[in-house]
Design a protein around this ligand. Structure first.
Ligand code: ATP
Ligand code: MG
Length: 440
């Protein structure tokens, strides 16, 4: 790791007008004060790919306390390490981190603050502790230079996602990087390196050692990030789904007749979701999960000898959702929304022609989410649009408050299974009076 083992590029796709003005100003100010400072991470990657970055992270040689002295709008935050956040009137936050030397802080929630200067490093050590080569490029907007310590520019040119260093080691250090590999591969359309693929297949069980909230967060990011179809197909291909969502993986692997195109159906719903998402979370987490689980859920229902009564429907939903909810420690709100979105799909066709019952159902706190899922299904499987439009007229009617919904326990978690009238979305009546609608 000799100092200065970097390549500098002045010919690249980034132009100043693509860069957030405040971020540029921060870098300039740090330079004027005598410090090194660069844009780094996802923003540089996205700028080089001609995409608008979600946020602009900055790294500098200035210590956090010095950053605070320089910028009045600065707050220091930090678990194990201090980071500077610069706050702007429009709600924007720019993160300014000091070059680090130690392995990447995984944000496991430690509260101990270590501000020992030894932890800080140089641009090179900071680049090398990052996950993928294309995520470790620095950009100096003053000189218009990209600084590359890890071969990221070549990988970017060849559209290749590679870890910095041995993938087995890097994935063992932090198994969540396996999910990040899938997410970035799917989002950029890059090829995932062969050693990285092999390492994921070999090391995927390490995911069980990762902090569950981080895994859950990455799953949600894949769902709303605009490349869900590709992400989950790759998750299955690499065996990660088997660890995180074994029910989905078993269903995808099941041998079936020619109409058991499970992967195709999962992709269809997720493609509809991708068309709707622009890289920001727009739908409730529970609805995102419901979109992922819907084709499997509808197959479970199709396997039944007859149309399920409300109790059977509830039991089936619980049996599907509860293990995943426990495994991924889903927040109660997400579980409630997920269960409601699935169950209401089945109840909607039953009451479609009964005005009072339609209103009753539309007052359910999970109804807007169910409507979102119905919209995705309508798009994915060319269902009747008039039906969707009709339901959408009821989106804004007054309904029960969400917190009441959560307390009532739409949750299928075992702890709430008991008696006491609690139970998922109300099943009321509306039994099997109509032929069971085609389920897609
Ligand atoms: P996005 O567009 O999704 O925000 P990003 O590349 O900015 O993508 P972040 O999760 O915001 O990703 O992280 C910012 C940067 O921090 C990454 O580009 C990478 O350099 C580094 N990083 C994040 N997580 C890890 C990790 N688990 N291990 C090593 N480096 C990481
Ligand atoms: Mg980012």
């Amino acid at each position: 790791m000799s100092a200065g083992a970097s390549t500098r590029y002045v010919r690249h796709a980034v132009t100043l007008q693509d860069i957030d003005e405040d971020a540029h100003r921060v870098v300039r100010r740090l330079h004027q004060t005598g410090y090194e400072a660069f844009l780094v991470g996802g923003s540089v990657r996205d700028l080089l790919l001609g995409k608008r970055p979600k946020d602009f992270d900055i790294v500098t040689g200035a210590m956090p306390q010095e950053v605070r002295r320089i910028f009045r709008n600065c707050r220091l935050i930090g678990r194990r390490f201090l980071l500077a956040h610069l706050l702007y009137a429009d709600g924007k936050v720019l993160e300014v981190a000091t070059f680090r030397a130690e392995p990447y802080d995984q944000g496991e929630g430690e509260t101990q603050l270590i501000t020992d200067d030894n932890q800080f490093g140089t641009p090179e050590t900071d680049a090398r502790r990052r996950d993928f080569t294309v995520n470790a490029l620095f950009y100096d907007p003053e000189k218009g230079e990209v600084i590359d310590y890890v071969g990221g520019m070549d990988d970017l040119k060849n559209r290749l996602l590679r870890t910095i260093g041995d993938p087995v080691v890097r994935f063992r250090e932090d198994p969540v990087r396996m999910l990040r590999a899938v997410k970035f591969t799917a989002r950029t359309g890059f090829t995932l390196g062969e050693p990285e693929r092999k390492a994921i297949r070999a090391e995927r069980r390490q995911l069980r050692k990762a902090a569950v909230p981080r895994l859950y967060e990455e799953i949600l990011r894949m769902l709303w990030g605009g490349a869900a179809a590709e992400s989950f197909a790759l998750m299955h291909e690499l065996g990660l789904m088997e660890i995180l969502l074994p029910e989905v993986s078993a269903w995808l692997s099941r041998k079936g007749g020619p109409d058991h195109d499970a992967l195709g159906r999962m992709r269809a719903v997720l493609e509809a979701l991708d068309a709707h998402c622009d890289g920001r979370p727009k739908l409730e987490s529970g609805v995102l999960l419901a979109a992922l689980l819907w084709p499997l859920f509808s197959d479970l229902l199709d396997d039944l000898p007859r149309e399920p009564d409300p109790a059977t429907l509830k039991k089936l939903t619980e049996e599907l959702v509860a293990p995943a909810a426990l495994r991924l420690r889903m927040p109660r709100r997400d579980v409630s929304m997920l269960v409601a979105a699935l169950e209401l799909q089945l109840r909607m066709p039953h009451v479609a022609h009964k005005r009072a019952a339609r209103f009753g159902l539309a007052r359910h706190p999970g109804f807007p989410g169910a409507l979102d899922l119905l919209a995705l299904r309508t798009e994915a499987f060319a269902l009747d649009e008039a039906d969707l439009t009709e339901w959408q007229t009821l989106r804004d009617i007054p309904r029960d408050r969400d917190d009441a919904f959560e307390r009532r326990g739409g949750s299928p978690m075992p702890a709430h299974r008991g008696r006491g009238g609690a139970g998922g979305p109300p099943s009321r009546r509306g039994g099997p009076s109509r032929p069971f609608p085609p389920r897609r």
